[in-house]
Design a protein around this ligand. Structure first.
Ligand code: F0G
Length: 358
């Protein structure tokens, strides 16, 4: 049967309006890929899988939340939607708004979003407003606008967003046939970690529509990773000027901070900071050892897992899922930043042989 997206698959198990046609790009159903060579690199004897969310229609997990948020907005007769974004939310909002025929306005921090994300938002016809300020400044602005004008806010403070995003947890349980022992993911505005916890909790309570036998009492431990220059939850204080090369998670005051802390505590998990260097090591390991290309922020979960293994926090034999939140092609500058440009040779067999030393 043709896969027709999350709302078609999970229907009434999602707390959104059920009486309108879903706005969908057939998102979800992303692969869960075993990564044995990366597992060895991480160490600790765990069996690691990656949930490759970069394969969603606009290249990130945001599409899960946007099919539900835009469908809900249509049900509420919205004419326009707005968000602040480090790039992926804006690309996704722009695509789903285009599909629904809605006006879409996105605020982005000037010069701090990856090229592919800006290109996508523009291509989908969004009104892109670049602000002299951070994501956090942008979120304050759009919250204000949405509270005083008939424009629907589609950042993850909108509960419909989490309804879609929690389905990734259900998919993982179905793909594994069981709950994982641990789930690792990057944390920015903290919507996704909150959504995963909701998903696993509902699974455990028998409230998800899967029939995969994952209705276990046991839920996975969550492992959140923040970039060390943007680690408000780890440090327990707001960061006024967050910095990191992993621009997607360059956030100093997460909107779902409290909910994320509660999820971490209930799961018996932990959150830690990883340096940009550690993030980029994991980013290169993923593509060079496994052929899985994600954006730098996505690799933070893998970097956090490796660090946790080194700190003795991971138990041997665990089944661990790392969520790769966005596709590597979104950020071509990061992919080419630390590497030599290719050498150009004459288009001659001799020249090629000489170059390859064969
Ligand atoms: N990974 C990627 C690739 C992201 O784009 C984001 C967030 C996160 C992780 C963190 O998820 O915010 O739910 O904790 N990007 C948002 C955006 C902020 O505007 O695209 P979170």
């Amino acid at each position: 049967m043709r896969w027709q997206g999350l709302i078609n698959r999970y229907g009434a198990a999602l707390r959104i309006a059920q009486y309108v046609q879903p706005v969908t790009l057939c998102e979800g159903n992303t692969p869960l890929i075993p990564v044995p060579r990366l597992s060895t690199w991480i160490g600790g004897g765990a069996q690691v899988f990656v949930k490759y969310e970069g394969l969603n229609p606009t290249g990130s997990f945001k599409d899960r939340g946007m099919t539900t948020a835009i469908t809900q907005a249509v049900a509420e007769n919205a004419e326009a939607v707005i968000c602040a974004s480090t790039g992926n939310t804006s690309a996704s909002a722009a695509a789903y708004a285009a599909r629904a025929g809605l006006r879409c306005i996105v605020l982005i921090p000037d010069g701090k979003i990856a090229l592919g994300k800006l290109a996508a938002s523009v291509a989908y016809g969004a009104e892109v407003v670049s602000i002299r300020g951070s994501f956090d400044d942008g979120l304050n602005l759009v919250r204000e606008i949405a509270s005083t004008s008939p424009i629907v806010l589609v950042n993850s403070v909108n509960p419909a967003r989490l309804e879609g995003q929690k389905t990734a947890a259900w998919e993982i349980c179905e793909q594994l046939g069981a709950m994982p022992d641990r789930l690792c993911l990057p944390v920015g505005n903290a919507g996704n970690i909150s959504a995963y916890w909701m998903g696993f909790s509902e699974c455990s309570a028998g409230e998800c529509p899967n029939t995969c036998g994952c209705r276990e009492k046991r839920r996975p431990k969550l492992l959140g990773a923040q970039a060390s220059g943007s680690a408000p939850i780890v440090l327990g204080r707001r960061i006024e000027q967050p910095e990191t090369r992993a621009t997607a998670i360059r956030i100093g005051n997460p909107a779902r901070w409290k909910q994320a802390e509660q999820a971490l505590q209930e799961s018996g998990g932990h959150i830690l900071a990883v340096t940009d260097e550690e993030i980029f090591e994991a980013y290169h390991a993923l593509s060079r050892l496994e052929g899985v290309f994600c954006e730098p922020s996505s690799a933070a979960g893998v970097a956090g897992l490796r660090k946790s293994v080194q700190q003795g926090l991971v138990i041997e034999g665990e089944t661990i899922v790392c969520v790769l939140t966005g596709h590597g092609l979104k950020d071509p500058d990061s992919a080419t930043a630390d590497v030599q440009p290719p050498i150009t040779i004459d288009a001659k067999l001799e020249a090629l042989k000489k170059h390859l030393k064969v």
